[in-house]
Design a protein around this ligand. Structure first.
Ligand code: DAH
Length: 344
């Protein structure tokens, strides 16, 4: 029995050191080895079962030897297994090495459309001045778009703002000024809001016209609001939008819903006022219409013009985008050509 145990140990050691495979095959080989030499049905176990037939003197000696054999096979097996795991890890690390010198894959990043970018810029400036941003309907009643703004039926101002009618009474708004009326109906002064959005006019498409474009309306109503507040607000806005040195200029004008009314120019941000291609040699760029809210408009919204006064302004976003980025054809803004858009 002694020879048998020793032979078994020698055989196990030899077999273990002969396992040279790797990966899954190695795990399988090691598992097979374990079953064969250390499992319940191993030869070692069957040798130990024969121990009962030995004499009482021999039994403890053989028992000790059998245990030694078992322990040494177990130790060798565990070492081999640990070793296999180490080798496995090293191989994996080598195989998965990342070459940090390889050029990266650049993800395709989108960006806001220039109209959205300028709209956001305008919004942020007015948020900084304490204005609220409100939304208004694009499908609008005649009343809000025209009549409430002192443009009754038959008024000539309707001719310059022809639009798309849903029915006799309902249309696609031609100006964000309609939101002034909604704002004053919903909320009593103090009101300080801007409202950006799409507007529509039945104009033929060309380099400077589109049946759909964008405006931002502004409205402030409170006690004691004057033309000085309008000028100060627009000056602050213009300096933030077009640069610290920007100057503004008011030219008298007429809008039915403001009195007095003005068109407002900013000094050309491209040439600083000397005259260039962008300002067409004038040194000034017209950016918006503005004025003091007409008393009739306030009254129609149940605001007493004896107690409150206000100013309003409205600007076209496309105009500002085109001047800012020196774009000479408005159609480019709507064609969604990535070659054009990715320049901004
Ligand atoms: N709604 C006018 C337009 O589309 C622009 C405008 C002028 C808005 C004067 C105003 C304003 O609020 O006070 O031409």
């Amino acid at each position: 029995m002694k020879e048998k145990l020793q032979a078994l140990r020698a055989q196990a050691m030899e077999e273990l050191s002969a396992i040279t495979s790797s990966g899954d095959q190695l795990s399988k080989n090691l598992e097979d080895f374990k079953v064969k030499y250390l499992g319940k049905k191993s030869e070692l176990v069957s040798v130990m079962k024969g121990m009962g037939a030995l004499s009482p003197e021999e039994r403890p000696i053989m028992g000790q030897l059998a245990n030694e054999v078992r322990t040494s096979i177990e130790t060798a097996f565990n070492e081999a297994k640990e070793n296999a795991a180490k080798v496995e890890l090293e191989n994996k690390l080598i195989a998965e090495t990342i070459d940090v010198t390889l050029p990266g894959k650049q993800p395709l990043m989108g960006r806001p459309h220039p109209i959205s970018a300028v709209q956001t810029e305008i919004e942020n400036i007015f948020i900084g001045l304490g204005f609220e941003i409100v939304d208004g309907p694009e499908v609008e009643y005649d009343y809000y778009n025209f009549t409430a703004l002192n443009i009754p039926p038959e008024h000539p101002a309707r001719d310059t703002q022809d639009t798309f009618y849903i029915n006799a009474n309902t249309l696609l708004r031609t100006q964000t000024s309609s939101v002034q009326i909604h704002a004053m109906e919903k909320k009593k002064p103090p009101i300080r809001m801007i409202s950006p959005g799409r507007v529509y006019r039945s104009d033929a498409i060309d380099a400077t016209h589109s049946p759909m474009f964008h405006q931002v309306e502004g409205l402030v109503v409170d006690k004691g609001i004057t033309m000085g507040d309008l000028k100060g607000t627009l000056e602050l806005f213009s300096r933030n939008m077009f640069g610290e040195d920007t100057k503004i200029r008011f030219r008298p004008h007429h809008f039915p819903f403001t009195e007095p009314s003005a068109e407002v120019d900013v000094s050309c941000f491209a040439c600083g006022g000397k005259g260039c291609r962008i300002c067409k040699g004038e040194g000034w760029i017209e950016i918006l219409g503005a004025g003091m809210v007409h008393p009739d408009v306030l009254r129609r919204c149940d605001i007493d013009p004896e107690e409150y006064s206000g100013f309003a302004f409205g600007m076209g976003i496309e105009r500002i985008v085109m001047k800012k980025y020196n774009i000479d054809d408005m159609r480019l803004l709507y064609e969604n050509d990535i070659r054009f858009l990715s320049q901004f």
